[in-house]
Design a protein around this ligand. Structure first.
Ligand SMILES: Cc1cc2nc3c(=O)[nH]c(=O)nc-3n(C[C@H](O)[C@H](O)[C@H](O)COP(=O)(O)OP(=O)(O)OC[C@H]3O[C@@H](n4cnc5c(N)ncnc54)[C@H](O)[C@@H]3O)c2cc1C
Length: 236
């Protein structure tokens, strides 16, 4: 669902943020790091799993993830996985330093929310999930809680992804998107009691879930899912 009525969108935007682009860096071939600054960000808080919407027309929007919120500087970092075709991507690619980027306030979606307990966390996904993995890693920090990220990105972006999410298992995407992660998951072992956050490509999430359930006997309740995009659909 990526459409909303114009007057509702107006209200959300009026109550949202209007940061200015202060950084726009190409990392790897298909990754873009946006730095957005706003005085509002110095007092804002974010929880891993939050997302926000940017508008590209009065009633169409796309979602992105706060990767790092630095309240000291009022700077938000967002990582965009460029996929080559879409109005959301066009907006992002068209941004220059100094531009304003109105956005809705971020929020969690349904049950896809950071679990504050002691259980080790595993984040799994594609290039759209790098920011989410950064947010989880940042929150867990030096607490000693287990954290693992398993990411699949284009080969040209593996090194940049590994720098953004130190310690992540970064797989290069092969002929079939999602297949490299499935192979990796089937052979991996996980700490008992881990909580899994699967995000990114909707169809791949279903396959990952099946492997976790059938190969690793992960309980249903320990798997949280949030499709970020789906083959054959625009926006989500
Ligand atoms: C909660 C949430 C958080 C998100 N956070 C991020 C984030 O931090 N960074 C990020 O990069 N993306 C993120 N996304 C995903 C992003 O919103 C989608 O990729 C979105 O579809 C991009 O919009 P678009 O206008 O460029 O393409 P659309 O108009 O939506 O789609 C055009 C075509 O491209 C395909 N497509 C869309 N996305 C991809 C993709 N990633 N790879 C391959 N094909 C694709 C569609 O199936 C469609 O055929 C998030 C999505 C959600 C729901």
């Amino acid at each position: 669902m990526a459409k909303t009525l114009g007057f509702i969108a107006d209200r959300f935007i009026a109550a949202g943020y209007a940061p200015v682009v202060t950084g726009r860096d190409r990392l790897g071939d298909n990754l873009l790091r946006l730095e957005l600054e706003s005085p509002d960000f110095t007092t804002a808080t974010t929880t891993p799993g939050d997302s926000f919407a940017i508008m590209f027309s009065r009633n169409d929007f796309r979602h992105y993830t706060p990767a790092v919120l630095d309240r000291g500087t009022g700077r938000l970092t967002v990582i965009v996985g460029l996929h080559g075709n879409g109005p959301g991507e066009d907006v992002v690619l068209g941004l220059s330093v100094g531009d304003e980027l109105p956005m809705m306030k971020w929020a969690n979606r349904r049950n896809f929310v950071f679990d504050d307990g002691p259980a080790p966390i595993v984040v799994i996904g594609d290039a759209t999930v790098i920011g989410l993995a950064m947010a989880f890693r940042d929150r867990i920090g030096a607490s000693g809680r287990g954290f693992r990220a398993i990411l699949e990105v284009p080969a040209a972006d593996v090194a940049a992804t590994a720098e953004l999410v130190p310690g992540a298992d970064v797989q290069a995407v092969g002929d079939t998107p999602g297949a490299a992660i499935l192979t990796h998951l089937a052979a991996a072992s996980f700490t008992d009691g881990s909580v899994f956050y699967l995000a990114g490509h909707g169809q791949s999430i279903q396959q990952q879930r099946t492997v976790l359930r059938e190969v690793h006997s992960v309980p249903r309740k320990a798997i949280r899912t949030q499709p970020f995009w789906a083959t054959g659909k625009v926006g989500l």
